[in-house]
Write a protein that binds this ligand. Sequence first.
Ligand code: PLP
Length: 423
Amino acid sequence: MDFISNFGFNDKITSLASKAYEDCKPAFERIEETARYNNQKVLAAFIKNRISETHFNTTTGYGYDDKGRDAADALYKDIFGAEAAIVRHFMLSGTHALTVMLFGILRPGDTMLSVAGKPYDTLDSVIGLNDSKNGNLKEFGVKYEQVDLKDGRLDYEAIEQALLTKPKMAYLQRSRGYDTRPTITIAEIEKVAEIIKRVSPDTVFAIDNCYGEFTEKKEPTEVGADIMAGSLIKNPGGAMAQSGGYIAGREDLVELCSYRLTSPGLGGEIGASLGQNVNIIKGIYFAPTIVENALKTAVFTAAIYQRLGFDCSPTVDEYRSDIVQQIRFGTAQGLISFCQGIQACSPIDSYVAPEPWAMPGYNDEVIMAAGAFVGGSSIELSADGPLREPYAAFMQGGIIFDSACVAIVNTVKKLVEDGVISL
Ligand SMILES: *Cc1c(COP(=O)(O)O)cnc(C)c1O
């Protein structure tokens, strides 16, 4: 690997990068094959839906008969092998899309059963797992139950047992999020779907698909999930979407969600696109290649840090079903230097240095590196972590591998400068 002199990498760092790059080759081949497949799948959906420049037009006001918005829904539906989809720039984040999915389907007295342990932190307030009185599911009489993971993996026997109570919804979070457990693969999701169909066929199988889209050849809705939701400033927005979320799955369920998103009776018929159709449609077109770049960035990071002796999860060769990479630094300074090294070689805000701060809702200080075109976008190269044991950095994104790997190599330079490691 060669680097221009601007970045000031010495021979030792360059040689480490070259060796790490060689370690990545088998994983890169698999990632490229998946991207090739997914790019074709996306192209076929564009041809089938006769996408044209008309769809880039926009509406204001009520937004009735917005052809571009309908086209985006049709593309997501076909690409995700679902009966229906709703994609909107005014689903404001992943948490919002998941909230719409949960409140759209669950009714008073129903039970939501999480089959893969406790969901992502931001859902605590949505489900009512903390003491907040904010209109959460619990206040509306929706019960919550959970099957914990066993040795970090799905506990199929316990899931089957819990399903005997016939809960309204079985909920599964695919990505590790900011947890240390492994990601749940499409094959594992398929196995859970089979158990549900056998034991409790009326249970709705709902998936948090954040960070998972296009990392494998199939999506959860293609292997038996009834509905799923995700964020457009992660994988499927292809770094083009300026904001948004999606819900895809069974037609009756997506319709229920559309009533919760806007208003009962109005559903998906209303909602002006305000110029966002082109970004959303272009974004899904780019998404498989953007995800390919993010996955390569994650693998390369694991390769470098495994060579430096740090504990990485997933490892270079491990099967991946999301774009998240965890590196355990063991010291606060390691985590801080890593995040600062990434920020310094980001395209936006390279001249600022992130510092740990007391972020609302977290018990420990958190440090975050984000030098992205879209605010808070984590399909663009980003890294963060709480300042507590094991001082792990969670890194994800990287829309151009060639640029992202400069940032990764720069973290090594920063760790050496700050005395965390010596080469
Ligand atoms: C990012 C993420 C969410 C929530 O997304 P926000 O856009 O931050 O609200 C939920 N679940 C998982 C697994 C995620 O990675």
